[in-house]
Every structure is written in structure tokens, then in C-alpha cells.
Design a protein around this ligand. Structure first.
Ligand code: HEM
Length: 131
């Protein structure tokens, strides 16, 4: 077993992970029904995201927080769903890769999960403004 080395490894990670996510009863429907994510556009975008995070490539220019805020307003994301997301992600990594980069990816995913939840929590406590 080797570490996450390049884009091809990241693509394998993304495809395997989302394969599990889409068929998961707790979070799958958010992707397939609520957001109706299209793998052919979403997977390359996520590859760009992880390439940026792990290898410092300047490829992803989206706003992850905003995407999930929008999603949260459509359907409230629950702590149990974040736990499922991160456990599926870490499980997928452990199945495919081993090494410092693999550990780094798991840490970054857990951190991002906490940051996202904190943001959504703050959002829920902020009164809606109308302008
Ligand atoms: C409950 C947990 C989560 C759910 C249900 C979820 C769901 C989704 C969905 C449905 C989209 C597509 C949104 C759209 O295109 O309209 C998305 C995008 C994305 N998610 Fe998550 N997500 C979760 C957690 C995370 C975490 C922890 C990360 C951090 C690594 C993450 C990273 C991303 C990225 C990078 C995108 C692409 C954003 C873009 O379009 O620029 N997600 N997520």
C-alpha cells in the first residue's frame, strides 16, 4: 500500500469515496436528491480541491463554506451526517492509502468538517436579514 502521490491517486480517492457516499442511506440522498450532484462535473472539481489542499496546487477557486451554507438552507445538515461523511472519507483513505499524505488528508477532512459545522451553527443563530 502506498501514500497519496498524485492526481491519479486523488481521482481514485474521490471516485471510491463518492461511490460510498451516494449509496449511503444517511447522506446519499443529500447528494442525489437535494443537490442532484453530477459526477462528471463534481468529481473533477473535488479532485482540484484535494490537489490544492494536499499538494498546494492552485486549482480550486470555489467557496466550500458558501456551498454548504446554501445546502444547509435547503436541508439542515445534522452532526450525525457530518460524522458519517468523515468516517466514510477516513475509511476510504485507510482502505486505499497509507503514509503522511493519507494522514494529512484525514486531518484536513476532520478539520473542515468542524469548521463547516461551526459556520452552520453560527448561521442558525444569526437572525435572517432582509435587504
Ligand atoms: C454532512 C456532510 C456533508 C454533506 C452532506 C456534503 C454535501 C455536499 C454537496 C451536496 C455538495 C454539492 C453542492 C452543489 O454543487 O450544489 C458538496 C460540495 C462540496 N463539498 Fe461537501 N458535504 C459535506 C461535508 C463536506 C466536508 C467535511 C468537506 C471537506 C473536505 C466537503 C467538501 C466539499 C467540496 C470541496 C465541495 C465542492 C464545492 C464547490 O462546488 O465548489 N464537504 N458537498
Amino acid at each position: 500500500m502506498h501514500d497519496i502521490r498524485n492526481r491519479a491517486d486523488i481521482d481514485q480517492l474521490v471516485e471510491t469515496f463518492y461511490g460510498r457516499v451516494f449509496s449511503d442511506e444517511l447522506i446519499g440522498p443529500i447528494f442525489t436528491l437535494v443537490a442532484q450532484v453530477k459526477p462528471e462535473t463534481h468529481f473533477p472539481l473535488l479532485g482540484d480541491f484535494w490537489e490544492t489542499i494536499l499538494f498546494g496546487q492552485n486549482r480550486y477557486h470555489g467557496n466550500v463554506i458558501l456551498k454548504h451554507v446554501d445546502l444547509h438552507l435547503k436541508q439542515a445538515l445534522q452532526p450525525a451526517q457530518f460524522e458519517r461523511w468523515t468516517s466514510l472519507f477516513c475509511l476510504t483513505i485507510d482502505k486505499l492509502f497509507a503514509g503522511p499524505m493519507a494522514e494529512n488528508a484525514k486531518t484536513r477532512a476532520r478539520t473542515m468538517s468542524m469548521v463547516l459545522q461551526a459556520k452552520l451553527h453560527t448561521l442558525a443563530q444569526t437572525p435572517a436579514h432582509h435587504d
